[in-house]
Design a protein around this ligand. Structure first.
Ligand SMILES: [Zn+2]
Length: 250
């Protein structure tokens, strides 16, 4: 056996899944080939690393069953070549671990909602606080770029009955963020936004005192919207806004 023949069999060799004849020939080759020995060593290293990091994630029972189900399904399929079967099983485990990580990552949306509600209450008296009074994103964008190094997307709430009154820089989680202030006869609505890379958020909707707070994200921004009226139109806006834009990819 030479390296070209040995290489595709190394994974199965580590797993002890080779036919006895092939296994003997491969062992013979490994005795004389340092390259293939080092590949075998790497495969073993990687697997033990994988095993060692596996149990750190305590998956919910339902997920564990699903992963088991999938991996057994992959194994039962003889048409899948062994290296791919192994890769598929690994991918399922990694995905499972990621899901568990995402599920168990601390949810700071509650904290964020409270901070946004506090900022909203502080800044919306009879006249909402605005640093730059303009309804023109051509004016607002460069101003924000200069202030926080980031220009918000143009968000038009005309069809929902809100006029843009202007913008200011707010602090959420000790981070300067864009605050866009919209007005209608019944009150004020504020949309806070900042780049998603700094701090990914997941969708949430909750009441904080008498305020309604929506949190969502897309590829451009994280958004927090605060308003007082619990306007069903705004719920529709948030839903529509999520649909229009691409989901965040990590
Ligand atoms: Zn070799």
């Amino acid at each position: 056996m030479d390296c070209d023949l040995a290489n595709p069999n190394l994974d199965a060799f580590v797993d002890g899944e080779l036919d006895p004849g092939v296994e003997r020939a491969l062992e013979e080759h490994l005795r004389t080939c340092a390259d293939c020995r080092s590949t075998v060593w790497e495969i073993r290293e990687f697997r033990s690393l994988f095993k060692a990091s596996g149990p750190r994630f305590k998956a919910p029972l339902e997920l564990r069953l699903r992963v088991l189900n999938l991996t057994q399904h992959v194994r039962a399929k003889p048409s899948v070549p062994q290296p791919y079967a192994w890769m598929a099983a690994a991918a399922v485990l990694v995905l499972g671990a990621m899901v568990v990580f995402l599920v168990s990552a601390p949810d700071h949306s509650k904290e964020l909602s409270k901070e946004a509600a506090v900022d909203y209450s502080r800044s919306t008296g009879a006249e909402p606080l605005v640093e730059l009074a303009s309804a023109d994103f051509g004016v607002l964008k460069p101003w924000f770029s200069d202030k926080v190094g980031f220009a918000p997307p143009a968000i038009d709430l005309h069809e929902y009955g809100y006029e843009l009154a202007g913008g200011r820089v707010a602090l959420l989680g000790e981070r300067p963020v864009v605050a866009l202030i919209y007005k209608q006869a019944n009150g004020t609505l504020i949309i806070y936004c900042w780049p998603p890379k700094q701090d990914p958020v997941s969708y949430s909707q909750r009441s904080v005192d008498d305020l309604r707070v929506y949190i969502w994200a897309n590829s451009q921004c994280n958004y927090v919207l605060v308003e007082r009226s619990d306007d069903p139109k705004i719920s529709r806006f948030v839903d529509g806004f999520q649909d229009q834009t691409a989901p965040v990819s990590y």
